[in-house]
Design a protein around this ligand. Sequence first.
Ligand SMILES: [Zn+2]
Ligand SMILES: [Zn+2]
Length: 265
Amino acid sequence: MDGTLTFLGTGTSMGVPTLGCPCAVCNSADPHDRRLRPSVLLRWNDPAAGAERVVVIDTGPDFREQALREHVRHVDAVLYTHAHADHIMGLDDLRPLSFIAQKRGGPIPLYADPAAIKVLERVFEYTLSPDATYPARARVQPKPLGEHTWAYGVDFVRVPLLHGEQPICGFRFGNAAYLTDVSSIPEPSFALLAGVEVLVISALRHTPHPSHATLEQSVEWSRRIGPRQTWFTHIAHDLAHEETNRGLPANIQLAHDGLSVPVTL
Ligand SMILES: [Zn+2]
Ligand SMILES: [Zn+2]
């Protein structure tokens, strides 16, 4: 099946521009230097249902703006990489979309690791607690990720990653993979990435960070995995879009918000 992967946001946790920052990238006139919090959207036509399917990976604090920009009118499932604020705080903005999902048949499934579900249940207690009574709460249903999570005919393979010392997950789907917030890729995960043609991987900046890979490290991993095209995401304000991309090979580039690329599912 043909699908489209859209970058809802390509920024690091603080977003770019970063609040209070006087740097050149934060003050750049290039729209590609404006990066909302990191998230992607996958769309495809489901022949079994004769309908478009929409899966979101992470709902960050900018989710509402991103969904408006991309004309998202329904969401069939959400997958979470981990439960840090820049990846989960838009969960509540699923509310209107979850009412649509509920009418069509049920709550929106939220697939996440058990540890991440625990955080979601704490942060969004008024929505997810079995005792929740708030009438306008999001109609969403946390579900633990398996090694394979099937959503409407697409197999989302959990790719174990490390974010500092925290185990988190990336996802492989069809010929593509989305690996964000990675500081280390456990050796067995490379086998799960064999044959990936479109690789999305985080690349924070040049300066080392305890829980994020540098651009140079992500270039090295990209060469090892060997996709046709690599797109970098979760980018800090240290990297100017145009200048950084000029210094990279054409098949390894910084993505930008709103970029859509074809994938095969
Ligand atoms: Zn992050
Ligand atoms: Zn800055």
